[in-house]
Each structure stands twice: as C-alpha cells, then as structure tokens.
Design a protein around this ligand. Structure first.
Ligand code: ADP
Ligand code: 5GP
Length: 221
C-alpha cells in the first residue's frame, strides 16, 4: 500500500516502477531526488551500482554504490542486476534485490536510468513500468547546465553532449515527456503523472471488492 497525498491507499494496488531518463544535464537526477525526498510521495529511490568515478558532491551508498569493474562484472554474472548498460564509457546497473523487496511490499520505486536499462526493465516488468523522458529546453541550455553543475571535466562534458542526440532520439519510447524549463513546473507535472498512474483502474487491484462493498451498502443490489 502507498501513502502518497492523493492515493486511496486503503484500497490496495500493485507497486509502480517509475523510470526517468534524459540526456546528461537535462535534470532527471534533480527531479528524481526531489520527488523521492519530498514528503508524502512514497517513492523509494533505486540506488544503482556504477564503475564511474565519484563526483565531489556525491556520497557512496546514497547517490550510487561506487564499485570497480571486476566487482561489477561479478555482480552481473551472478545475475544480481535487474538491468545494466554501458553509458558514456562506464558501467551502470540496478541491484535486483532492493527492487524485488519494494515490489513485494506493494510499494513504488523511482529509477534514474538510461534508455538501454529502461528497455530491459520494461521487458521484465511491463505492466508495472511507467516511463518519463526529460528534455532540455534547448541545447545551449543543456551545455550551460552541465558546465554550471561543474562536477565533470571538460572532456567528460563534451562526451556527454556528443551522446545527447543519440539519447534524445529515444524520446518516442517513453510514456510521458517533460520539457524541463522551469524546475518547479516540471516537478508538478511529474507529481501529476504519479497521481494519474496511481489512480489507474487496472492498477488498483482492491477496487473490485471495494465497489462490491459500496453496492452492498447501497441496499439496491
Ligand atoms: P541529469 O541528472 O539529467 O544529468 P541534473 O539533475 O544533474 O541532470 O541537472 C543538471 C544541472 O542542471 C544541475 O546543476 C541542476 O541543478 C540544474 N537544473 C536541473 N533542472 C533545472 C532547471 N529546470 N532549470 C535550471 N537548472 C536546472
Ligand atoms: P551519471 O554519470 O550522470 O550519474 O549518469 C549517466 C547516465 O547513466 C544517465 O543517463 C543515468 O540515467 C544512467 N544510469 C544511472 N544509473 C543507471 C543504471 O543503473 N542503469 C542504467 N542502464 N543506466 C543508469
């Protein structure tokens, strides 16, 4: 059960897998963390493993589990990753166990992963997956955000900008698209998506019994 602000959680429903993807710098990490940390939304954040070097502002175990290539390959070969991909020259993957636990509990989880990982998760958990693609308002603004973030070297920023068009071209594979111009507006749109998806009839497994109860109460059936 979920206790988001608008969820009729007492009815009971299947857990939701919310995936955000974007070209680097468009703002998916900011949005993902904002909604995971904002009170009341009940979205558990998936913490990936990566072979990428830790950025100055990042904390091991909170932003990523930073591991070496050998450990990554061992995890992958033991089937401990729900999905994995090579992105911008580094390995990234989603540990399987935490996802299974959250879904078993009927809770919702949010993922910041690329389009390759999104495909893998969708093929495994189709009905429970909702995907959102984040676009930048313009390419100069994308560059500006990467530079202002000031966490990557100029060479890494150039590589990410070079890969941006390949990533943007995947936008049609996603259920929803948000042009992240104003952060607050984007957050509200994302929150609206979560609300709508949680309200879907097919996802609310307890509705049938609830409606039967209502009809019985009405005394006319
Ligand atoms: P991504 O995870 O897509 O690589 P980030 O979330 O790290 O991107 O955002 C890149 C930079 O842009 C960060 O410094 C972030 O604070 C900033 N940012 C995110 N969204 C906006 C926005 N709507 N307007 C201005 N700056 C933004
Ligand atoms: P960054 O290095 O900027 O944190 O992430 C680079 C890219 O890797 C982003 O597109 C991000 O969504 C993606 N990514 C992060 N974690 C994972 C993961 O576990 N799996 C996959 N497939 N991609 C990931």
């Amino acid at each position: 059960m979920n206790d988001g602000p608008i969820d009729a959680g007492f009815i009971g429903r299947r857990g939701l897998i919310l995936i955000l993807s974007s070209p680097s710098g468009a703002g998916k990490t900011t949005l993902t963390r904002n909604i995971a940390q904002a009170g009341g939304w009940g979205l558990e954040l998936s913490i990936s493993v990566t072979t990428r070097t830790k950025r100055p502002s990042e904390i091991d175990g909170r932003h990523y589990h930073f591991i070496d290539r050998e450990t990554f390959i061992a995890m992958r070969d033991r089937d401990e990753l729900l999905e994995w991909a090579e992105v911008h020259g580094n390995f990234y993957g989603t540990p399987r166990k935490p996802v299974e636990k959250v879904l078993m509990d009927g809770r919702d989880m949010i993922f910041d992963i690329d389009y390759q990982g999104t495909r893998q998760v969708r093929s495994k958990l189709a009905d429970d997956v909702v995907t959102v693609f984040i676009l930048p308002p313009s390419m100069p603004e994308l560059r500006h955000r990467l530079e202002r973030r000031a966490e990557d070297t100029p060479a890494v920023i150039e590589r990410r900008l070079k890969n941006a068009s390949v990533e943007i071209e995947r936008w049609t594979e996603y259920d929803y698209v948000i042009v992240n111009d104003d952060l607050e507006r984007s957050f509200n749109t994302l929150a609206g998506i979560v609300t709508a998806e949680r309200t879907k009839r097919t996802r609310n497994t307890g509705l049938e019994a609830f409606v039967e109860g209502l009809l019985a109460e009405s005394g006319f059936v």
